[in-house]
Design a protein around this ligand. Structure first.
Ligand code: NAD
Ligand code: ZN
Ligand code: ZN
Length: 389
């Protein structure tokens, strides 16, 4: 089959690889009909995440049709149409039973390696690093889904791939980022980053009833999509983020701040310069402030910082004392996708939201490698790429 494979920094290729096979009786093989490129894939593309190996199959946002099921899988049958959450869950461990799916204790098959790096293993993820199991991803014609009797979401008739695909990641991710803000009716929510995740944070904050939603970025198309979703926008190239946020909140600061940027916190800087750790430390002093630092500074005391943005490794020069003295709550993590999928699928069916609004590019899988670059460099108005295997 064809699959997009990782071959090093900024080197993704459409390779021919062996088809996946059932390896465990609870598995399923999915024929992928649509998949997408995520900001998290860019961290792998840019070489920010340790634990990638040559030939790893990319992709954790995908859906398709069940091709084959293992003997013990009672949930799925051949021909079912499913969206597959990016977090692999066993459904039975202590964390899964608490709904903490992204820290499932059993789905990461590289437990020892993860234990060493994280202190504990976190859930297995598709198409991500070997620290999270190194499972082959879904930017491919076929994919093996482990524990396939748990996470996959069956798609009701009448909904297109484009309407439901993002239930596997970015819609629940934006939703969880807002839910974990403990929104109050008078709250202002400020969202850093108007990428796909930021866009779903904006829509979720509006749906969940925030009084005012503000979105910060510098890419014009992304800012205008955020405005279309109901946000006031700030262009950090031309405006002072801190001053504008204080102005919009009568000097109080936003009660709730969301980091939907993550590792790409130095917009406009080449990735190569980020590789140089010494320079990175200096940049934190001299460049525009790191998103987390800006959030800590401007957030109203007793407010919440919600961090769906992905980080890896160490992060320096974060004013923890400032956050402590202001009594801020910080919440973060990979999304517990299955916590939200029933509710969000219902909202899509009821027409409260059509997640396909975020798609700007739809291309054949073979064009994937070029699309990684287009998406990363925000060329051609690119906000979200859907690939058709
Ligand atoms: P993206 O790279 O397309 O979007 C990031 C946006 O942030 C860009 O539009 C960029 O211009 C903007 N930006 C950069 N620096 C900024 C700054 N200083 N201030 C404001 N905006 C700035 O990525 P995406 O797909 O939207 O994903 C965003 C983040 O969410 C990534 O880190 C991704 O890994 C993460 N993510 C997390 C989860 C999860 O489960 N927690 C799931 C999906 C994605
Ligand atoms: Zn993703
Ligand atoms: Zn589990």
């Amino acid at each position: 089959m064809r699959a997009l494979c990782w071959h090093g920094k900024q080197d993704i290729r459409c390779d021919t690889v062996p088809d996946p096979r059932i390896e465990h009786p609870r598995d399923a093989i999915i024929r992928v009909t649509s998949c997408a490129i995520c900001g998290s894939d860019l961290h792998l593309y840019d070489g920010f995440m340790p634990g990638m190996e040559h030939g790893d199959i990319m992709g954790h946002e995908f859906m398709g049709v069940v091709e084959e099921v293992g003997a013990e899988n009672r949930k799925l049958k051949k021909g079912d149409r499913v969206v597959v959450p990016f977090t692999i869950v066993c459904g039975a461990c202590d964390q899964c039973r608490r709904g903490n799916f992204s820290v499932c204790e059993r789905s990461n098959r590289n437990k020892e390696l993860a234990d060493k790096v994280f202190g504990h293993a976190t859930a297995g993820l598709f198409g991500y690093t070997h620290l999270t199991g190194g499972y082959p991803g879904g930017q491919a014609e076929y994919v093996r889904v482990p524990f396939a009797d748990q996470a996959p979401v069956k798609v009701p008739d009448g909904l297109s791939d484009e309407q439901v695909l993002f239930l596997g990641d970015i819609f629940p991710t934006g939703w969880q980022a807002v839910v974990q803000c403990d929104l109050q009716p008078a709250d202002t929510v400020a969202i850093w980053g108007a990428g796909p995740v930021g866009q779903f944070c904006v829509r979720s904050a509006v749906l969940l009833g925030a009084r005012q939603v503000i979105c910060i970025d510098h890419v014009p198309e992304r800012l205008s999509m955020a405005r279309a979703g109901g946000a006031i926008t700030i262009d950090f190239d031309t405006e002072s983020v801190i001053e504008r946020l204080n102005e919009l909140t009568r000097g109080k600061g936003p009660e709730k701040c969301i980091d939907a940027v993550g590792l790409e916190a130095h917009a406009g800087r080449s990735v190569d310069s980020l590789y140089d750790r010494a320079k990175q430390a200096v940049m934190l002093e001299t460049d525009r402030p790191h998103v987390l630092r800006e959030m800590m500074y401007v957030c109203r005391p007793a407010g919440v910082l919600s961090v769906p943005g992905v980080y890896g490794g160490l992060l320096d020069k974060i004013p923890f004392g400032m956050a402590m003295n202001k009594g801020l709550t910080i919440r973060m993590g990979q999304t517990h996708v299955n916590r939200w999928t029933d509710d969000l699928l219902r909202r899509i069916r009821e027409g409260q939201i059509d997640p396909s609004f975020v798609i700007t590019h739809t291309v054949d899988l073979a064009e994937g490698p070029g699309m990684y670059k287009t998406f990363r460099d925000k060329q051609d108005g690119c906000i979200k790429v859907v690939l058709k295997p």
